[in-house]
Design a protein around this ligand. Sequence first.
Ligand code: GAL
Length: 514
Amino acid sequence: MKKALLLSLTLAAASLMQAQETAAVRFANRVYSLSGKPFMHKLVCEGCEVERIEKLPEGLQLLSRPNYKYLYGVAPKAGKYTYTVHLSNGQQQNVTLVVQDELPQPTPFMGILTWNAFDEHISNDIILKISDALVNFGLRDAGYRYMCIDDKWAEHDRKEGHLNPVSSKFPDLKKLTDSVHSKGLKIGIYSDAGDYTCSGAQPGSYSMERTDATDFVNWGFDLLKYDFCNAIGGDTPAEAELAYHSMGRALDNAMTSAGKNPNDFLFYMCEWGGRKPWEWAANTGASCWRATADTRDYWSDTTYNGGVLQNIGVYKEIWPYTGVNRWNDADMLVVGLHGTGYSSNDGGSKESPKPGLTQDEYRTNFALWCMWSSPLTLSNNITNLDGKPNSLTGKEVTNTLYQEDLDIIRNADLIALDQDPLGQCAEPVIDHPEYIVFQKDLANGDVAFSITNLSGNEKQISLDFSTLSALQKGKEYSVKDLWNGKTDNYNSNSTFTATVPVHGTAVYRMTLKK
Ligand code: GAL
């Protein structure tokens, strides 16, 4: 009798251990919300179930969908809350919920980075011209507020211990940040957690975090993109976390010492996703982090893993980790580069560029980045509409911006998906070899969905609305096509069909009818 009991206990323990090993917990353990705002936290566990939540903050409840449970409700008053998620395999995980009245990045930041279109050809003048174009083309008012200087702004060596701006490019950074600010924009700068940046052209900030953070703040910058090349502090996830944490703390201290609000500075990690930053980056003070390799101007790029298709592969896995003030960044938009970028065009060249994405693929680039709530960072030369005179050189027009590119990047309905305050990344609901469907929860209870045609032919794709688990069953919805604004009514029991071009994306917003 005793022997039998021992055997069954041993077997139970073994199967529990096996369940723990096979179960994969995929949710964030540090999440944020503004107080009094709608809050959602998806608790995905493959091979196990969420059984209960201990110390659930007031105002939140545990709800179920076919593939996961999630917390939903109105965030409590400002404070730090810890709840424990109990799983069916005996595991438990603590989650810290930070509720504040303001946050550095309540919605993903939007702006432009100089790297793809300009590489080393950056200067005070160019930054001012791009800033003017942001204003003149209505991009600032559409939300693109951060004018970000990327790599190659400083000399190869420090001067008296400080990063030393190349004087022919940037004679006076303080004056530059002042004039960018005067246009109603913010301005970002770039450094690296190693001893040199990725280009090798300038030093990184490793072990110089305090000095550099103080300089960035005193020069008047509002954002730091912080890369991870030449990481002499080690490149395991724990070592990366340490290196990023040093800079996060230095930036906070520099802001406080300058009498500024640390929430007004964005710390943008650029570790490229290899060390799963979505699991730890929120501990470093960063409010967004690159989740993918550099996005190239290609549909599929298996050499660098940088095609739009490769990014889809990443977001299929990491979607539960995105949230308010913790954004997974899919890297710069390539819309409008038309094959003329520098490293975004690797494999082509300035002289014989590859064509870049098709216009339908650019639409997919934009629509999916918005569905995923990625920061939206333009990377094309926005100063040359139709190749007309306001080119940077006055003579040579490179990387013409076309009206159809502007129409994509200014699409207010799509930007509203990206900037939705619930902060949810769209989740894949159909993953078919020829197409992928994502659904996205929105703050006002609306639901967005996208259908991306992965095949080489235009396709009619049908979707049974019952696969969208965020919809209320048997209810009437209006369905708005976010490319052309057309609206139709559907019952959530019905089937929907869209004709989607090769590598294109159809995208819709559904609103419950009163
Ligand atoms: C890469 C980074 C790019 C760009 C480049 C500059 O590591 O991913 O976005 O910043 O470095 O050298």
